[in-house]
Design a protein around this ligand. Sequence first.
Ligand SMILES: NC(=O)c1ccc[n+]([C@@H]2O[C@H](COP(=O)([O-])OP(=O)(O)OC[C@H]3O[C@@H](n4cnc5c(N)ncnc54)[C@H](O)[C@@H]3O)[C@@H](O)[C@H]2O)c1
Length: 248
Amino acid sequence: MTERTALITGAARGIGFGIGRRLARAGLQVVLVDRDGDAVAAAAETLSGEGMRARPAVVDVADFAAVQAVAAGLMAELGPIHVLVNNAGISQPRSILEISEREWDEVIAIHLKGAFNWCKALAPGMVAAAHGRIVNISSVNAHTGGGELAVSKVSYAAAKAGLLGMTRALARELAPHVCVNAICPGSIATDLTAAKIGALRDRIVGSIPLGRLGTPEDIAEVVAFLATAEPCFITGEVIDVDGGQFIN
Ligand SMILES: NC(=O)c1ccc[n+]([C@@H]2O[C@H](COP(=O)([O-])OP(=O)(O)OC[C@H]3O[C@@H](n4cnc5c(N)ncnc54)[C@H](O)[C@@H]3O)[C@@H](O)[C@H]2O)c1
């Protein structure tokens, strides 16, 4: 894996940082992307301090032109990027009765268009190299629509379900050498969920058959499998990593 490079969005903290650390431990060079410049620089320094190859890149994933420019600069410097993890995201607690047009657009722009922006930038290189892995971080919310114990409501559920459709389409369009899959995390303890978990911990844990909250490492382990298993014979799949919170 030492000749591979992975790029993870939303990697300054939480699940994205956990994925970055796990892929770096597997030997890949990792690019940690985030719009929070100070935090992503500190995150990359932490991994470098642990002896791993990590560098930060600062960009808003929702900005198409900026993503294309940052991606071109990274590829000119580092060569091909073999693994893309679309993870950047925000929560949005407003229902259809409360949400504004601007709030709706923001969620779709970050979760759905952000993933499009990075796929548009990196998929051509993967196809040309006849090798690539894309992992999209969706949510169990895409299946359930949220509900009382969930942080987010309609815009988030729509964006995350859209990501599953995009995953299936890209799996077909980028075959046979690029595998594209999605992961649906359940309740994972991060900054994004801290307030909700603080208020409703017992009920949330009670909704998880395996009896605990998830960790970034739980998600990172599955990403590592999808990103590094050779040969790849899984594509277009959606894997729920949720301790049984959503059993279909
Ligand atoms: N925590 C959970 O329970 C949970 C469950 C299901 C899905 N998810 C998804 O997992 C992903 C990571 O969530 P988390 O819990 O680690 O969140 P988090 O808030 O801890 O971290 C998200 C990171 O994404 C970055 N980010 C947000 N918008 C961005 C943008 N426009 N451009 C670049 N970076 C941006 C933030 O700065 C932050 O560093 C999200 O897509 C989230 O929807 C989380």
